[in-house]
Design a protein around this ligand. Sequence first.
Ligand SMILES: C[S@@+](CC[C@H](N)C(=O)[O-])C[C@H]1O[C@@H](n2cnc3c(N)ncnc32)[C@H](O)[C@@H]1O
Length: 457
Amino acid sequence: MGDPVTLQVERLGYRGEGVARYRGFTIFVEGALPGETVEAQITQVKRSFAIAELRAIVHPTSERVVPLCPVFDVCGGCQLQHLSYAAQLQFKRQVVKDALVRIGKFAAEDVQRWVQPVIGQEEPWRYRNKVSLTATARAGRFVAGFVEEGTHEPVESTTCLIRPHAYDELLQIIITQFEQHGVRAYDEQSQSGDVRQLIVRSNHKHEVMIVILTGMHELVHGRELAAAWAKQMPQGYRLVSVIQQKRNDGKNGVRKRDASEEVLYGDASIQEQIDGLTFRISASAFLQVNPIQTRILYEKALNAAAISSQDVVFDFYCGVGTLSLLAGRQAKAVYGVESVSAAVEDAKFNARQNGLTNAHFYAGFVEQVAPQLLSSEVHPNVILLDPPRAGCGPEVITALLQASPQRIVYISCNPATLARDLRQLVDGGYALQSVEPIDMFPQTAHVEVISSIVLKK
Ligand SMILES: C[S@@+](CC[C@H](N)C(=O)[O-])C[C@H]1O[C@@H](n2cnc3c(N)ncnc32)[C@H](O)[C@@H]1O
């Protein structure tokens, strides 16, 4: 503890930190890159690993680049801005391969064959269509930003290179008006103040939704502020919705589900177009955050699913029905399941507004709905899975194995849980055909993966 050490960095850990060996210990050094010799100081020692703080780079790698963001060192939003984009993509492919070998226990030669190169983004900056910023009161000021890694503290910055340029001006307008009207950011210490989170989302037409997350109380001046923002939008942008989401934080900070929503301006939702279909998205509903890569993600997923007009498709974890309806254009029928009830209402509305009468949506947890749906008389040939980071879990996989569809396309944002679930599917009689990683989150350590799985004859 406290020792200064010189380390040879061997690889990147899955969170993008440099990994080195020192006296039998694995040492994680944030900011260090593979192939580098660095000086670091040990700051935490655990049983089998230690954490060290980077002090100096003795020999940098040729893949090191200067991070463009002024707060890259502290902000938890990006982890890889110091690594060339080509090397970021190689790293992400390796993360997927490692998870399949270590967690999925698949043979390295098979994994090498299955895992394709990562599909990168031509312009890997300013790609997000949504930001969720944590708000805090700091020296009497309203601060909102991505949090510092491992803390709840937002990092203050006037810009962010993974969100649209116009958001800089937009957020400045919102925050200035909050300050002028005495709307305060929530202060954890005194447990007072109004705004806990600020969410901005926009679509390809540059229509904007602002969501203000507060406690259960009324937001004083909320409607006036929203109307004022509508008149001050950055050039080319139009405000279409301002929502106050009220949440009651239960004991020990556990968030109770008795949230309510109030429309302070415009509509309760925003619309987005994907591949010729129009989707309504409510404030609490999920939408992929990188619209350019999403089109590729869906195209690859649908190719892997190879849906014909005879196929019955189940889309588990379906959000507002984006993939379900794209699949529904080709299928005999599609059935979507999603836990956020507002998203399910959006999905039903989206089926109607796109004239797709063969799509059906159910609200509930896949763990509970899937076994019922799969034991009913509707038999799926194709199942699409797109779970959150936790993956599907054993009950869902067991229900899938019993239903035995011919094809499963599993979209995952977490290679570790994907590898765990794939192992169960393969042991249950499926064969893994291909694993296509796609970079939905350039500059971060996250990677999205599309896996194609077929029932063995
Ligand atoms: C990664 S998103 C995918 C959504 C959709 N496929 C898309 O591309 O927009 C995962 C979705 O699963 C929902 N979800 C999370 N846990 C769930 C569960 N246990 N059962 C049903 N839906 C769940 C989330 O609300 C979210 O909409």
